[in-house]
Design a binder for this molecule. Structure first.
Ligand code: URA
Length: 211
């Protein structure tokens, strides 16, 4: 099955670490550490098209034209709270990135996303923006977060997750066909409570040891 505008990043190291994360006996500290490691590998892929320009530098032996990142600074936006599990590794990779947060919770009955917090960097128009949340389940939170981020002026957005459901991808693509999805796996389905199957459980609870 292929999904429009969706990139599956299937590196063996990512798959191995994801398997460890899925196992229910994996403790929070290991879960967090594994997600941080995976975020470095996902971050490497999703930043592949960052612009570079050549500048003249001096090595100990001679001058050369060497590439450096150019253009507007990258912006990472974490969907609270589980997004922070991906954010930390991405910031190791691109320490100069700008950072924003969107806080959303799921209404237990309707599964709709309700905003409770927003802090975005200024001037995100034309800045490459990567929105992160480990789980693309119903897609409601990601869709709502990107609605909010677009209304702040962002127009170059990618969405990064760890696990996606087919339903979430479909809903997301319908709402934001211009925003590519990058994910490490696409699982079978959602259950009646909006959890991904087989999945890994509640990413926020497993990251932060709440439950
Ligand atoms: N959020 C999670 O943390 N896990 C799921 O399976 C779905 C949404």
């Amino acid at each position: 099955m292929t999904y429009p505008n969706t990139y599956l990043i299937e590196h063996p190291l990512i798959q191995h670490k994801l398997t460890l994360m899925r196992e229910k006996q994996t403790a929070s500290a290991s879960f967090r550490h594994l997600l941080r490691e995976i975020s470095l590998l996902l971050g490497y892929e999703i930043t592949r098209d960052l612009e570079v320009v050549e500048k003249t530098i001096e090595t100990p032996l001679e001058n050369m034209q060497a590439p450096e990142l150019s253009g507007k600074k990258l912006c990472f936006i974490s969907i609270l709270r589980a997004g922070n599990g991906l954010l930390d590794g991405l910031l190791d990779l691109v320490p100069s990135a700008r950072v924003g947060y969107v806080g959303l919770y799921r209404d237990a009955d309707t599964l709709e996303a309700i905003e409770y917090y927003k802090k975005l960097p200024k001037h995100i128009h034309n800045r490459p923006v990567i929105v992160v949340d480990p789980m693309l389940a119903t897609g409601h939170s990601a869709i709502a977060a990107i609605d909010i981020i677009k209304s702040s002026g962002a127009n170059r957005i990618k969405f990064l997750c760890l696990l996606a459901s087919p339903e979430g991808i479909k809903n997301f693509n319908e709402a934001h066909p211009d925003v590519p999805i990058f994910t490490a796996a696409i699982d079978r389905e959602l259950n009646d409570h909006g959890y991904i199957l087989p999945g890994l459980g509640d990413a926020g609870d497993r990251l932060f040891g709440t439950r």
